[in-house]
Design a binder for this molecule. Structure first.
Ligand code: FES
Length: 161
């Protein structure tokens, strides 16, 4: 490792094996410069891929605390605004569900409606949604957006992508 190369590589210039592998451990250093460059591109490619996977995982879900878990009773419903997003949370069968807070019909605020069992009813024209799935019960191809929910240290958190 660290052997100096004379001449250089087009577009890169004079290099040493140490420069090409950028300080990363490399099990064997090829003898010819073009092999070094191919190895370098190979290493760079996997490094970029690894970095993209890490960035994607980090950006995948942000968990935003919205309220105390204990303040939402069974059958209860409340409007919350994680990062300004209009969301309704409701506790049904012991589980908390989160759906978009605006009715897809004419945009009425769903938190002013009612929850009966797992059915969330819009206050304006009685459209009914399954609060667990967001599904509009009269036309399942329509649905409210749903959001993941979890608890942490007594708080309810909404997951946003
Ligand atoms: S706005 Fe909700 S049913 Fe019309």
């Amino acid at each position: 490792m660290g052997r100096a190369r004379s001449g250089g590589i087009p577009g890169i210039g004079p290099v040493t094996a140490k420069k090409v592998i950028a300080g990363r451990p490399f099990p064997s250093v090829p003898d010819r410069p073009e092999e070094i460059v191919l190895a370098w591109y190979h290493r760079l490619g996997s490094s970029v891929e690894e970095r993209m996977q890490k960035d994607s995982a980090a950006a995948a879900t942000r968990w935003i605390p919205v309220m105390d878990d204990a303040s939402l009773p069974e059958g209860g419903m409340k409007a919350v605004y994680p990062l300004g997003l209009n969301v309704v949370v409701a506790r049904v069968g012991g589980a908390v569900h989160a759906v978009s807070g605006a009715c897809p019909h004419l945009g009425c605020p769903l938190f002013t409606g009612r929850v009966v069992g797992s059915v969330l009813m819009c206050p304006c024209h009685d459209w009914r949604f399954d609060v667990r799935t967001g599904e509009f019960l009269d036309a399942p191809e329509l649905r409210l957006a749903i959001y993941p929910v979890r608890t942490q240290n007594g708080s309810l958190l909404i997951g946003l992508d």
